[in-house]
Write a protein that binds this ligand. Structure first.
Ligand code: ADP
Ligand code: NI
Length: 218
């Protein structure tokens, strides 16, 4: 089976799994992560099939989207085998999808990802910052009934996934201080770091303008 055909099939599988999500993890996010991974791949020598498969599949077994991640992982493995990926490639892809997320790095843990995983992790994180990142944070906050902003509520120092998922004291603006402004220093590849510096600036400008307008400054 040709690489293009394998990727087309994996894309279709991911689309079926992701199209129902409406909290910022929809297929548009997946496609952007695939596109950015392709861009980063041009600067690095990594396995293209492993990288782009992991990009397509990185949120499929996410515990926010399913109550049974293990069942989805089994389904992914069977599907990848049917598309003639080697056991080695499949193991790598599953490891990457299990260890990619921001919450995995909270509390001092930092799983060592293979280069393919570092690329997808960077692409996933770049999609959480800049203009798209601002949009996704507001969208997510709205979907979870977060306040937009409350100067009385200080940003937290997140130390666990439990804290990250506890939205009782969360605001959209605090999410920038708790996660989004930290992303530029958490990236793996230099190509991603370069892209992040402009996106970081977009968020800083947004936050400055937001607070000025909040305080009725002219
Ligand atoms: P991942 O699991 O890929 O690290 P998340 O599911 O945590 O990503 O986040 C999905 C999107 O929603 C990201 O753009 C993220 O910044 C945003 N988001 C996550 N938690 C919050 C929150 N409490 N308030 C606003 N936006 C959030
Ligand atoms: Ni993602």
């Amino acid at each position: 089976m040709q690489l293009e055909e394998q990727l087309n099939n994996i894309r279709a599988f991911s689309y079926q799994k992701m199209k129902k999500d409406s909290t910022g993890h929809g297929f548009d996010h997946i496609q952007r992560v695939v596109n950015m991974s392709t861009e980063l791949l041009a600067h690095l020598s990594a396995d293209k099939l492993v990288t782009l498969s992991a990009a397509y599949l990185h949120d499929v077994a996410d515990d926010k989207l399913t109550t049974d991640p293990a069942a989805l992982e089994k389904e992914m493995i069977t599907f990848l085998q049917a598309n003639y990926l080697s056991q080695d490639q499949i193991n790598k892809i599953i490891f990457i999808t299990q260890n990619l997320s921001f919450s995995k790095t909270l509390g001092g843990k930092k799983p060592q990802l293979p280069l393919e995983g570092q690329i997808v992790q960077d692409a996933d994180r770049l999609d959480a910052i800049g203009a798209i990142g601002i949009t996704r944070a507001i969208y997510y906050g709205g979907a979870h009934a977060e306040k937009i902003y409350d100067p009385q509520i200080s940003p937290r120092q997140l130390k666990s996934k439990k804290e990250y998922r506890d939205l009782s004291q969360e605001t959209v603006i605090n999410h920038f201080y708790e996660k989004l402004l930290k992303i530029k220093d958490l990236l793996n590849t230099s190509a991603a770091k370069e892209i992040a510096s402009k996106r970081h600036q977009v968020m800083l400008t947004f936050l400055t303008d937001f607070k000025a307008e909040w305080n009725a400054e002219k």
